[in-house]
Design a protein around this ligand. Sequence first.
Ligand SMILES: Cc1ncc(COP(=O)(O)O)c(C=O)c1O
Length: 474
Amino acid sequence: MDWKPNTDSHLTLHDQIIDWIKERIEKGDWCVGTKIPTQRQLAAQFNVNRSTVQLALDELRAEGLLQSKRGSGVFVSNSSWNVLVNKTNPNWQQYIEGSVHEPNYHTIQLINQYEQVDHIIRLGTGELSPDLLPTKQLEESLKEISLESKAIGYSSPRGSKALRTTLCTYLKKKGIYTTPENILIVSGALQALQLIAVGLLEKGSLVFQEQSSYLNSVHPFQSAGMRVMSVLRGKNLPEHLRRLKKNKQSLFYCVPTLHNPTGYSWTLEERIAFYQTCKELQIPIIEDDVYHELLFTSGIEPIKALDTSGQVLYIGSVSKTLSPGLRIGWVVAPPPVIERLADIKMQTDYGSSAFSQEIVAHWLSTGLYENHLGQLREQLKIRAEFVEKILYQKFQSLANWEKPEGGFFIWLKFKKPIVNKALFLNLLKRNVLINPGYIYETRDLYHIRLSYAYASLEELEKGLDILFEVCSEY
Ligand SMILES: Cc1ncc(COP(=O)(O)O)c(C=O)c1O
């Protein structure tokens, strides 16, 4: 016991004494019930005034680490260990449960976990199979990209000017006429949703969506304190929205082209009617258009192409077409909105990866992107036909579906409500992973989102065999 407080330390003498005594207790040198040396002995050992020791012991008593017994001295208290454990190990569970962000559904957590397991057949994954990614061409293109030092520093708040400029040319082909000032580069479409949630809406505002929605599987608005409400489109929509909206601030989130999870696309008439309704009711629209490039037959334009009043916040991304790992997406919106979102983005991540932005700018400006898209659509069509053939052979008595018009998904509707957690887990036991409809709409026990984009043809065949067997037992 030859320790002494350091008179040169930035800590006071009595704080150092407190830390030293806590360490004795924590290490078990002074276990519960130990009588500690007297104030006089400690003062002599530490070479300090008795009043300094007294101050330290008073604090330790107040914290519950020491207790005095009249006439006997000072002892390490019974509760000292609890006090120390609680102090040194914060109750993380309590922190987690009290935090602002909603957790993922347990089923989605399992999906995220099992997607990393090699032998699992992934029948629901909304991602391109590794052999559909243009890995070799990406590698080749890296050799053609010359980097300027400035371009690989922190990027400007809105993102690379070169990428925003080339995006303007690209978006023109979809009927969207815009300028670099109206574009924000984001780290994937999901970040765009998060920035909109925290940057544009007050707590308690309403976010409308269609029933069965991608939003229910990620929670950006729910976590920011917005109420998400599912509504049906159709001729009653204006009346319905008017009634729900009252005077509340609101937005409509939609995926009108190759919707996730259903894969459906709205007709032009539906787009026009929807746009007019939202305009009349002054409900801004978030158009999430990440699958548009994967339409098997082109023709239909985004709602943003109809937008003459800056009503539509348009979101795109290369995640579903080129590489989700690049984490590059974009928002097209009026400049004040872009400035606001860019300001929050700078506070969040100081901009998207400069390398990824360079790569995407190169692929867009050289035509590599559109060449690749042509081939990709052909490959996806082959896969869609392959899966449809199996469905016709096996599933006609169990389920219905519509012919896919592009993208990744077939929204398989079972005739009975069998798609529950037990079915999900049973399939997992057989190494088949599905995306059940209830992760997109909690009450939906009829649907599975089948993806023909990820698994190999062999795996798709085997996985669908197992799906058929398990579903037939229900
Ligand atoms: C409709 C929709 N929007 C956004 C995203 C997220 O895309 P990103 O990878 O660009 O963040 C997805 C991915 O599944 C999606 O399906």
